[in-house]
Design a protein around this ligand. Structure first.
Ligand code: FES
Length: 370
C-alpha cells in the first residue's frame, strides 16, 4: 500500500485534530488516546469539515467526532456512526515514518451512506406541490401565544378564524388553521453561520427530527397553500415572539434562492391581521411585508387589517368586545379576504417561468480578497 506524508507529528499534539490538504484531497487527522487516525474530512451528510468538529466520548467509551454543521458522529478509529446506524465515513490507514504522519493513498474502508427505508421528508425534498390550477387553499397562521389550559380571548386569532370562515362561505375555499403555540418546534440553530451550505432544504433540523413542528408549517406554506393569512398581536411594538421564531426557521425557504437560485414560493398571496392594545400597526406590517416579499409572496392591495386602541388604552378587559363591535373590523375582514382571494384567482393564471429573484446569491459573493 502506498502512503502519503502529510504533516510532522509535532504539528498534531495529543488531544488535537485538524484537516490537512494534500493535492485535491483533504484528510481530517485526529490524535486521541495515543492513536493517530485519519478520516475523509467532508461529512457524508452535507460536507461539513470534520477537522473542525467536536470530539465526544459516547456511552461505548469510544471517541467520536461530531460534525460542526449538524452533529453527525463518526468513530475516530473506525469511521462508523454510533449506535445501530449503518453510515460510516471513509477511513485511511496511518503510519509514522521519520517523524511524519503518513496516510494510505486510498481509504481502507470506503464511506457508506445508508439508505433509509422510508424518507419522512420525501414530499418536501421533491417539492410535491398540492396546489392545482383551480385550488383555493387558504392557510391561517395564528402566532399569538397563550396557556392552552387558561385560554383567553384573542382579537387576532378570532379575526383570523372569521376570515377563514368567510373564505369558505363566500369563495368555497379549503382552509386550514395552524396555531403556532400548539406546535412543538425548535429554534433556528444558526447553521447558516457555519457555512451557507449548512442551511439545507428541507431544514437540517427537520432532517434530525421528522416530528419537529415546523414540518407542518413547511408543508402547509410551501406545498399546500395558495394564500396565507397570518395573524399577530402587537407585542412591544413588534409581531409576536412566536412569529419571529417561525420566521427564522423559514430561512431554509429563503436561502434556497441565495444558495441554489431556486424559488420555492410562486403564485402565492399573503395578507395579515395585526391587532393590539398598543400601537405600531404600520411598523409591524412593514416587517411582515418585507419578510414575506423575500420569500416570494405576492401582496394584494391593502393587504393588512390593523387595529390598535393606542398607547393609553389600558382597559384590556374591554379590548375584545370593542374590537368585534367595531364596524370597521367587521367590514375589513371581509375586504381583506376578498382582496386576497381575488388576487389568488388572478395570479394562478400567470406564467411565472420567467421569475427571477433580485436578491443576493452566493454565486455573486465576493472573495475574501475583494
Ligand atoms: S454536514 Fe455533517 S452533519 Fe450535516
Amino acid at each position: 500500500m502506498q502512503y502519503i506524508p502529510l504533516i510532522p507529528l509535532s504539528e498534531l499534539p495529543e488531544n488535537t485534530h485538524k484537516s490537512v490538504k494534500n493535492g485535491n484531497r483533504t484528510i481530517a487527522l485526529f490524535h486521541y488516546e495515543g492513536i493517530i487516525s485519519a478520516l475523509d474530512h467532508a461529512c457524508i451528510h452535507k460536507g461539513g469539515d470534520l477537522g473542525e468538529g467536536f470530539i465526544q466520548i459516547l456511552d461505548d467509551r469510544e471517541h467520536y467526532v461530531a460534525c460542526p454543521w449538524h452533529g453527525w458522529q463518526y468513530n475516530l478509529k473506525t469511521g462508523k456512526a454510533p449506535h445501530d446506524y449503518k453510515d460510516r465515513q471513509a477511513l485511511y490507514d496511518v503510519i509514522l515514518q521519520n517523524g511524519m504522519i503518513c496516510v494510505s493513498e486510498k481509504p481502507v474502508t470506503d464511506a457508506y451512506r445508508a439508505e433509509h427505508e422510508s424518507d419522512p421528508l420525501a414530499d418536501l425534498r421533491s417539492l410535491n406541490y398540492q396546489t392545482t390550477a383551480t385550488s383555493l387553499n387558504v392557510l391561517g397562521i395564528s402566532t399569538t401565544n397563550m396557556n392552552s389550559d387558561l385560554p383567553r380571548p384573542s382579537t387576532s386569532e378570532t379575526a383570523l378564524q372569521n376570515a377563514l370562515d368567510i373564505a369558505v362561505s363566500k369563495f368555497g375555499a379549503q382552509t386550514k388553521m395552524i396555531k403556532l403555540r400548539e406546535l412543538n418546534f425548535r429554534h433556528c440553530e444558526g447553521y447558516y453561520s457555519r457555512h451557507e451550505k449548512a442551511c439545507t432544504w428541507p431544514c437540517s433540523i427537520s432532517e434530525m427530527d421528522a416530528n419537529d413542528g415546523m414540518n407542518e408549517i413547511y408543508r402547509s406554506i410551501v406545498l399546500w397553500a395558495d394564500a396565507v393569512i397570518l395573524a399577530t398581536p402587537i407585542r412591544w411594538g413588534n409581531a409576536s415572539s412566536l412569529y419571529y421564531k417561525m420566521a427564522e426557521r423559514l430561512n431554509t425557504v429563503q436561502n434556497q434562492i441565495t444558495i441554489n437560485d431556486k424559488v420555492l414560493i410562486k403564485n402565492k398571496v399573503v395578507s395579515f391581521i395585526i391587532t393590539g392594545g398598543q400601537d405600531n400597526v404600520q411598523g409591524v406590517a412593514g416587517q411582515l411585508n418585507s419578510f414575506f416579499a423575500d420569500l416570494g409572496f405576492t401582496f394584494p392591495p391593502f393587504n393588512y387589517l390593523g387595529w390598535s386602541r393606542g398607547w393609553i388604552a389600558e382597559d384590556m378587559e374591554n379590548n375584545y368586545t370593542r374590537f368585534f363591535k367595531n364596524r370597521y373590523v367587521k367590514r375589513s375582514v371581509i375586504d381583506l379576504v376578498t382582496n386576497t382571494v381575488k388576487l389568488v384567482q388572478q395570479i394562478k393564471q400567470m406564467d411565472v417561468s420567467h421569475l427571477q429573484a433580485p436578491k443576493p446569491k452566493i454565486s455573486e459573493a465576493g472573495s475574501l480578497s475583494e
